[in-house]
Design a binder for this molecule. Structure first.
Ligand code: RFL
Ligand code: PHB
Length: 390
């Protein structure tokens, strides 16, 4: 039998960051991760960080590589077929730049910090189950290398993503869920080519396209695709042709193409589970909520959840009050719903919805033109895109 103060389920960015911050406050934790470390590090996902996320990572000692390698930019350029462009300018309207820095790099930085500080992370922990969550003595069981294990703890942090076990451990009559699934996905590629100058969200009758960046020789591109798309049907040539066809010509000409090093399809979903707490279980990150990637908010929300949760646990262990633990779910959800609304709204604005009527297409175009013309409209979008304060 092993003991710890906080058992953390899931070793993605949320779980690793929580264990790192708890360690800075002298609070012990164990991370249980279902996959191998190589698998976790091989997952290519988020790339755009809010200023608040960057600040937090710096504050907890994870800023060195990020400040060396991260690409700072003033926002994201939106282009619209035949209608020109509009810049979501987070510096002008919110005084906060964005940073392109891959989730893979953040995860590497977190592993390096946990290794250095002697953090306990169990990989390939299978059949994780949570027990006694509404008692004062919760515990977690799992199997490692075929043998059953048990960890006794004081709190459980559910950081195990959308398909994890933590949210499912909350009784159905306690949990409320809200969900919207979109009728398309994103086909993404990574290529070792210099990125385009700007981050670009492109609307076109052929579908949405996105140009993003990781470092001066690594770019990330996405195109809206049908949900059943098989990446094998998309040789690089076909991808580049389709991607460029969705951009204004003068920008398409600047795309530097090359062989892809990764290609995959992601579904788009909005999802929120309430409350984010049940007894001594606290959910954080994708285990509690999913946003479609159009606003680049998922990882940023995982970081803000962890910030609120770490702060609440720190107050508890310092012998202070449990007020922050009591209000955790409410505080985190306030920010979550804001990001849900932005991500849903941007997804609706920029994609082609197969069922839309001609009227709805006109409304979408007019919405874009309004953003081009109105400082108020663009100011509102930019403030939300930059990320509301923690
Ligand atoms: P993760 O990263 O899914 O990690 C959960 C971990 O839990 C493990 N696990 C279990 N462990 C033990 N027992 C079980 N039963 C378990 N079940 C699962 C998993 O193996 C995994 O290691 O969740 P976390 O930590 O909450 O982090 C969330 C982010 O990964 C996610 O929100 C972002 O990647 C979303 N996202 C983006 N977010 C941004 O902020 N900016 C972006 O630019 C951005 N771009 C994206 C994205 C997500 C994408 N995809 C593929 C969904 C772009 C894409 C294409
Ligand atoms: C990415 O770089 O992977 C990325 C950028 C912006 C988004 C989503 C993903 O909205």
């Amino acid at each position: 039998m092993t003991k710890t103060q906080v058992a953390i389920i899931g070793g993605g960015p949320a779980g690793l960051l929580l264990s790192h911050i708890l360690h800075l406050h002298g609070i012990d934790s164990i991370v249980l991760e279902r996959q191998t470390r190589a698998y976790v590090l091989g997952r290519i996902r988020a790339g755009v960080l809010e200023f608040g996320t960057v600040q937090l990572l710096r504050d907890v000692g994870l800023g060195a590589r990020l400040d060396r390698e991260g690409l700072v930019h003033a926002g994201t350029l939106m282009t619209w077929q035949g209608e020109g462009s509009a810049l979501i300018d987070t510096v002008k309207y919110a005084n906060r730049p964005m940073m392109a820095y891959g989730q893979t790099a953040i995860t590497e930085d977190l592993y390096a910090a946990r290794d250095r500080d002697g953090g306990r992370i169990v990989h390939e922990a299978v059949d994780v189950a949570l027990h006694g969550l509404t008692s004062d003595h919760p515990f977690v069981t799992y199997t490692k290398d075929g043998s059953p294990q048990r960890i006794d703890c004081e709190f459980v942090a559910g950081c195990d993503g959308f398909h994890g076990v933590s949210r499912r451990s909350i009784p159905a009559d306690v949990l409320r869920t809200y969900e919207q699934v979109y009728p398309f996905g994103w086909l993404g590629i990574m290529s070792e080519t210099p990125p385009m100058k700007d981050l670009i969200y492109a609307h076109h009758e052929r579908g949405f396209a996105l140009a993003s960046q990781r470092n001066p020789m690594l770019s990330r591109y996405y195109i809206q695709c049908e949900i059943e798309t098989d990446p094998a049907d998309w040789p690089d040539e076909r991808f580049w042709d389709e991607f460029k066809a969705r951009l204004p010509q003068e920008l398409a000409r600047t795309v530097v193409t090359g062989p892809s090093i990764e290609k995959s399809v992601a579904p788009l979903r909005s999802f929120v589970a309430e409350p984010m707490r049940h007894g001594r279980l606290f959910l954080a990150g994708d285990s509690a909520h999913i946003v479609p990637p159009t606003g680049a908010k998922g990882l940023n929300l995982a970081v803000s959840d962890v910030h609120y949760l770490a702060r609440a646990l720190e107050a508890h262990y310092r012998g202070g009050s449990d007020e922050l633990l009591q209000s955790y779910s409410r505080t985190a959800l306030q920010r979550v719903w804001g990001a849900e609304r932005l991500s849903w709204w941007l997804t609706r604005l920029l994609h082609v919805f197969p069922q839309d009527s001609a009227f709805e297409r006109k409304m979408r175009l007019n919405e874009f033109q309004y953003l081009q013309r109105s400082e108020h409209a663009m100011g509102s979008l930019s403030e939300q895109y930059a990320g509301l304060p923690f």
